[in-house]
Design a protein around this ligand. Structure first.
Ligand code: SF4
Length: 468
């Protein structure tokens, strides 16, 4: 077992200090931070698509006892991940944080042809693969900062899949809305999950806030109130503004500790000077009770209603349109009849096991027929492993990242991170509630599609696979 997993099991509040593999002037790795066990975490391609790999960067910190390696699925396949697991294990690095990842910087068009599209390996599939080895300490990300009902539901559904797949611990997205953080913690307790949760925090300077706002960093919520406050503070007194930045971060850490979080993941604090400032602030505030911390938090953020760190939302809740419900019902009936029923499996097995289908021309004709019959209605891209029975007949390939198990963290008020469509996982979550099928979105672990399966007929593959 790693020192980090020991700490999680012993419920010792820990601090993960995030380092960027390409960052300059980083502090040496730390074994403790403000009296808590500390661990270095190495982020994966946060600054650029070709950043050094965390596994390589880890070697530059031989003093670090137990580094946590992030692994983002963007631009990667399951074979890449299996290789990474072998390499990490060989180096004794068994603490992982597995993420589907934000969009690749070069991937700007979510409507590209399938053969030109970047692929994203889903976190759920990575957890399933890593869990085969009990030595790995597997972390997953979770974004509780969602402010439309469907996208919030979709996040929680997917979290349950990640936990079912075998995740050991959870790290939240960076965010400043304490109510949303508390909701995540309460959810785990209510649903009797034992996995510890850590909150991602950051000393939020004006420059960082403006950068994230300007770049629309995926999944980060920064309200006008927060941005304007940081701006006013900076203009009034730069030295005090900086002190406030570290005091807020320290308060968030202490509040999470009072609430029973297992620790925090501290972003943008990898320089020795930044770490010193945060430790000083923690030392200054550590004797405060939860009530006092919350009062100071409200005062420092100038919160009157407590809602100022949440976006204004015009419509929180919407019902699935009748047309979509009817489409679901029709497709479900057809799926049962032609694919799932005992008769369909028997007849299909006889047809598709015939030698005819081994001929390339026959296979190509079948693939074309399947594409023509499904592309218009579903957005089919001939992935070869049809998963629509597990995704409420909403094709996962209509998600620009091709995610089948649920959303990434990047949507904003139901809009996809790519900005050109509604997030299909919000559509699915809304529909699932209308047709009483939420369980499937929480529990059905959908396997990834191997590259060699793509551009083959899913009909043939379905009936040729051993039928249970
Ligand atoms: S999931 Fe089904 S509908 Fe979607 S691309 Fe794959 S075969 Fe086509």
């Amino acid at each position: 077992m790693s020192r980090f997993s020991d700490c999680l099991q012993a419920r010792k509040f820990c601090v993960l200090l995030e380092y960027l593999p390409a960052a300059k002037h980083a502090a040496p790795a730390r074994a403790s931070f403000a009296g808590c066990p500390a661990f270095m975490t190495l982020a994966d391609r946060v600054q650029a698509d070709d950043d050094p790999a965390p596994l390589e960067a880890a070697a530059a910190y031989p003093e670090a006892a137990d580094q946590v390696l992030h692994y983002s699925g963007k631009g990667r396949d399951i074979a890449d991940f299996e290789k990474f697991l072998g390499q990490a294990k060989a180096r004794g690095l068994c603490s992982l944080l597995l993420l589907s990842g934000d969009k690749l910087k070069q991937h700007n068009d979510g409507r590209l042809q399938p053969e030109l599209r970047s692929r994203y390996l889903e976190s759920v599939n990575m957890v399933m693969a890593a869990r085969r080895d009990p030595d790995f300490n597997i972390g997953v990300a979770f974004n509780p900062f969602k402010y439309a009902e469907a996208e919030r539901d979709a996040q929680y559904f997917k979290l349950q899949k990640k936990l079912k797949a075998g995740a050991d611990y959870i790290i939240t997205q960076l965010g400043f809305d304490l109510e949303a953080l508390k909701q995540a913690k309460d959810f785990l307790a209510q649903e009797h999950y034992h996995q510890p949760i850590l909150a991602c925090v950051m000393p939020l300077t004006l420059a960082r806030a403006q950068f994230m706002h300007r770049r629309k960093v995926a999944g980060i919520v920064l309200t006008p109130h927060a941005l304007q406050l940081l701006e006013r503070e900076q203009q009034a007194d730069a030295a005090q503004a900086e002190r406030n930045v570290y005091l807020r971060c320290a308060l968030q850490i202490l509040i999470c500790r009072h609430w029973g979080f297992a620790g925090v993941h501290v972003s943008a604090c990898h320089k020795a000077s930044e770490q010193r400032k945060l430790e000083d602030a923690l030392q200054q505030l550590q004797a405060l009770s939860l009530e006092e911390c919350l009062q100071r938090w409200h005062a420092l953020w100038q919160l009157r209603t407590g809602q100022e760190l949440r976006p204004e939302v015009a419509v929180f809740s919407r019902r699935a349109p009748v047309s979509q419900v009817l489409k679901y019902k029709n497709l479900h009936a057809m799926h049962e009849l032609f694919f799932s029923s005992r008769a369909a499996k028997g007849i299909g097995g006889l047809i598709f096991n015939a030698p005819l289908w081994n001929k390339p021309q026959a296979e190509e004709a079948l693939l074309k027929t399947e594409f023509i019959s499904k592309h218009g209605a579903l957005g089919c891209e001939s992935c070869g492993q049809c998963r629509i029975g597990e995704t409420l007949y909403i094709c996962p390939e209509t998600c620009p990242k091709g995610l089948a198990n649920g959303p990434c963290g990047g949507s904003s008020l139901d809009r996809c991170e790519f900005g050109d469509r509604e997030c299909i996982h919000s559509v699915k979550a809304r529909l699932a509630k209308s047709v009483a099928q939420t369980e499937i979105l929480k529990a059905e672990l959908i396997p990834t599609v191997a590259i060699e399966t793509r551009s083959t007929s899913s009909w043939k593959n379905w009936f040729k696979a051993p039928q249970l």
